[in-house]
Design a protein around this ligand. Structure first.
Ligand code: DGL
Length: 265
C-alpha cells in the first residue's frame, strides 16, 4: 500500500519510523514543509492554509491512506485534510487519546497546539474524569531541527517546561509534537521513572496496522522492501543528511511547490 505523511520538518520521521516497524513492505511519500517551519507558532489561519495546500497536493499522489504526522495541523485543521482526501486519514491526537489509561496526564506540545486544547478535549471525550495539563514548548522544535539536542540550553528549556507538569503529579506524559520523541533520552532523565512517556505515533501505527490487516491479508514482513519518497518545500541540500541522521537512509529528495497543485518542480 502507499501512504502519505507530512510534517514541517524532521518531526514526522518519528511517526514514519514507528510505522515502518509495524507495517513494513509499503510505499511512503513523506513531505517536509521546510519552507514554513516551524508550524507551532503559526496562527489558525496560516495552519488551515497549509493543511489545504498539503492535502490537495497529496490528493494527486495516488495514496491509499494518509497519516497526519504533525500534531499542530492535527489540532487545528484535521477537518480540512479529511475534506480534501478521499482515503482514510489517521491522526495522532485522536489515536493517542483513545489509549489513555491513567488519570493525571501531562502534555508537551507546540504553542499553537496547546492553544486549541485539542489533547485535553480528545482525552476528556474518552475519559471524562481525567486531569489534563498542557504545556507549550516553543524552544524545542528549532533546537531539534538544528540537532541541538544535548546542550545546556535544551536541558534548561526542558526543565522549565516540565516543572509545572511534575508539580501536578502527572502519571503519563504525552509527547504532543512529533519532534519531541527525538529528545526522549533527555526527557526520560528529567521525569521520575514512574511517569510513563507516551508517543502518539505508537497508537497511530497500531490503528494503521489494524486497517492494513483488514485490507491486505498476506503482506511480506521484509523491511528491505520499504519504498520511501521524500519531498521538501525548501533546503533540498540539507534534507538527505537529516534523513541519514535520524532514519539511517540516504534518500533522493525532491523539491515541491505546493502552490502549483500536484506539480513537482
Ligand atoms: N512536528 C509538528 C508537530 O507535531 C510541527 C512542529 C513545528 O513545526 O513547530 O506539531
Amino acid at each position: 500500500m502507499r501512504f502519505g505523511l507530512f510534517d514541517s520538518g524532521v518531526g514526522g520521521f518519528t511517526v514514519l519510523k514507528k510505522i515502518i516497524e509495524l507495517c513494513p513492505n509499503n510505499s511512503f511519500i513523506y513531505l517536509a514543509d521546510t519552507a514554513r517551519l516551524p508550524y507551532g507558532v503559526k496562527t489558525t489561519n496560516e495552519i488551515m492554509k497549509i493543511a489545504e495546500e498539503i492535502s490537495l497536493w497529496f490528493s494527486y499522489q495516488n495514496i491509499d491512506a494518509f497519516l497526519v504526522a504533525c500534531n499542530t495541523t492535527n489540532a487545528i485543521a484535521l477537518d480540512v485534510i479529511k475534506k480534501n482526501l478521499d482515503v482514510p486519514v489517521f491522526d495522532l491526537i485522536g489515536s493517542a487519546a483513545s489509549t489513555i489509561k491513567k488519570s493525571r496526564i501531562g502534555v508537551l506540545a507546540t504553542p499553537s497546539t496547546v492553544k486549541t486544547k485539542a489533547y485535553t478535549n480528545a482525552i476528556l471525550e474518552f475519559k471524562p474524569k481525567t486531569f489534563v495539563i498542557e504545556q507549550s514548548c516553543p524552544e524545542f522544535v528549532p533546537m531539534i531541527e538544528m540537532d541541538n539536542i544535548n546542550s545546556e540550553e535544551i536541558c534548561n528549556a526542558a526543565y522549565r517546561y516540565l516543572q509545572p507538569l511534575l508539580k501536578q503529579k502527572i502519571h503519563s506524559l504525552i509527547l504532543g509534537c512529533s519532534h519531541y520523541p527525538l529528545i526522549t533520552p533527555l526527557l526520560k532523565q528529567m521525569v521520575p521513572s514512574n511517569v510513563e512517556l507516551i508517543d502518539p505515533a505508537d497508537a497511530l501505527s497500531l490503528k494503521l496496522k489494524l486497517f492494513m490487516d483488514s485490507k491486505v491479508s498476506n503482506y511480506s514482513k521484509n523491511k528491505n522492501l520499504v519504498d520511501l519518497k521524500f519531498y521538501v518545500t525548501s533546503n533540498l541540500e540539507n534534507f538527505p543528511n537529516k534523513a541519514k541522521h535520524w532514519l539511517n537512509v540516504f534518500p533522493e529528495v525532491n523539491l515541491v511547490s505546493l502552490q502549483k497543485k500536484g506539480c513537482v518542480s
